[in-house]
Design a protein around this ligand. Structure first.
Ligand SMILES: Cc1cc2nc3c(=O)[nH]c(=O)nc-3n(C[C@H](O)[C@H](O)[C@H](O)COP(=O)(O)OP(=O)(O)OC[C@H]3O[C@@H](n4cnc5c(N)ncnc54)[C@H](O)[C@@H]3O)c2cc1C
Length: 456
């Protein structure tokens, strides 16, 4: 065998697997295969000047490369079992928290020292939310910020690069079960190993599905979250963001009894494009450094949709809605809340005259032509509910960018060791459908590395 362990994907799941393998059993021969570039070479060409929208690079620097989808993220490490994945269903609640806290310590040791840990424990905001039919979910969150997150990744790479073989720009095309292990194949050749950790994230979802099909690994359809990204003056949400940084709030709509939730809150942040398999959706992040901060706060409002029979393709449904917005807007659409309420499209003049300066160049349009009525009604209801705890949320000038879609991978059948029915074949991180966040994905990597090092 060429390696004791091959890791496919250098996102947080893959990185923390490699880190923990090297910490606990340095003698193991480990390789990481990554479709994207090394960290220092990752650059999205969108500069807001010459290149304003996605040009569909061969490997998307936002989603792929050392650091995975998390490299230019806001670096919010949420320590909780309430959201971000269902790792606890496999490893137990206490173990999941312990692993996330361990990851937090590594982040602190590698550049994250000084980044604040926010917590919902004991906050009076919980009561205020309850009084207004909103539920605040429990969590502690370490906010690294995009800049410190980069430094942490850089340090982890420096720790790993001399003892782990990294193969960048190398997409694994197929995986074979061989006598005593596995062979991974790519365009330039192949490599064999005793243990294989697959950590391909959301960008590897299609490939992950093909592996499950070829090796008959059971997988079931997951949900898709559809909604918009809200952008408003930071001061409107400052009492929430100063205390909690990110608040995960859930609202149950009166009309349809659907749950609408806030997601990925970025105080003083920017709204960005996200490219998933050629479809342009919206996302957001923010910097820890004051000079890179804006006067706006952004967050997503999402509604989860599940499909089972006869239609199972939740992601396909989300993709179709995102494609529709791309068809109408040539990318992401932006609309003032006041225009949406009045049933008219936004135009560049009304947006320019508004109180909120958009941080993303998007096409002014009409989101009601894109989002299904049930989802849009739920979002509008929630904006009015949030207006009660953060007056000004429902102002006419509040901007809504659409669409934001959170795609989830198929949930792959893995046991309590995150191992498939094949001994030594582990599936972790967002690619497994078990995790949907930095902290859960990283924790799953640490967990599997320890199992391998222990020789389970
Ligand atoms: C803009 C943005 C902001 C975000 N902000 C936050 C946040 O603040 N907090 C939070 O908790 N989460 C955030 N997320 C989500 C978070 O980044 C992911 O949950 C996390 O990165 C998942 O880690 P992972 O290792 O499972 O997968 P990924 O990070 O997706 O990494 C998978 C890697 O595998 C590689 N790969 C895929 N297929 C192959 C193949 N066939 N061969 C070789 N390599 C392959 C990919 O190139 C990629 O680098 C954000 C995501 C984005 C896009």
């Amino acid at each position: 065998m060429d390696y004791d362990v091959i890791i496919i994907g250098a996102g947080p799941g893959g990185i923390y697997s490699a880190y923990e393998l090297k910490k606990t059993k340095p003698s193991l021969k480990v390789a990481v295969f990554e479709a994207g570039q090394e960290l220092s070479k990752r650059h999205c060409p969108i500069d807001g000047d010459k290149i304003k929208t996605c040009i569909g690079c061969k490997s998307c620097s936002i989603m792929s490369g050392f650091g995975g989808a998390g490299a230019f993220s806001d670096g919010k490490y949420n320590i909780t079992n309430d959201f971000g994945g269902t790792l606890y269903e496999h490893v137990g609640r206490a173990k999941a928290i312990e692993l996330m806290e361990y990851v937090d310590r590594i982040n602190i040791e590698n550049g994250g020292k000084g980044c604040k840990l926010y917590s919902t424990a004991g906050t009076a905001l919980k009561k205020t939310c309850m009084q207004n039919k909103l539920k605040l979910l429990e969590a502690s969150v370490r906010h690294l910020g995009t800049d410190i997150n980069y430094i942490v990744l850089d340090k982890l790479y420096a720790f790993l690069k001399d003892s782990v073989d990294f193969y960048f720009n190398t997409t694994i095309t197929s995986l074979e079960v061989i006598d005593g292990g596995y062979r991974v194949n790519h365009d330039q050749g192949s490599a064999s190993c005793i243990n294989c950790i697959i950590s391909v994230g959301r960008s590897g979802s299609k490939w992950m599905e093909s592996v499950c099909e070829n090796l008959s690994i059971p997988a079931k359809s997951n949900r898709v979250d559809i909604g918009v990204r809200v952008e408003l003056p930071a001061v409107i949400f400052s009492h929430l963001t100063d205390e909690l940084y990110e608040s995960k709030i859930v609202y149950r709509t009166e009309k349809f009894e659907d749950n609408v939730r806030t997601f990925c809150m970025n105080p003083h942040g920017i709204v960005v494009n996200e490219n998933t398999n050629g479809i342009i959706t919206v996302n957001g992040h923010s910097y820890e450094a004051k000079d890179k901060q804006t006067e706006n706060t952004n967050f997503a409002l999402l509604v989860a949709k599940h499909f089972s029979e006869p239609f199972k393709d939740s992601n396909g449904y989300g993709e179709s809605i995102a494609r529709l917005s791309n068809m109408l807007g040539g990318g992401v659409i932006v609309q003032r809340f006041g225009d949406l309420v009045r049933g008219r499209r936004s135009n560049a003049k009304r947006i320019a005259e508004g109180m909120v300066q958009p941080t993303l160049s998007a096409t002014p349009g009409d989101l009601s032509l894109v989002l299904p009525k049930r989802i849009l009604d739920g979002i509008m209801e929630m904006i009015h509910a949030l207006d009660k705890i953060a007056p000004g949320t429902a102002n006419d000038d509040t901007l809504l960018y659409g669409v934001e879609v959170k795609f989830y991978n198929m949930e792959v059948e893995v046991d309590e060791n995150l191992e498939t029915q094949y001994k030594g074949l582990y599936i972790i991180g967002d690619g497994s459908g078990v995790t949907h966040s930095l902290s859960h994905a990283s924790a799953s990597g640490v967990f599997v590395a320890r199992r391998i090092a222990e020789g389970v």
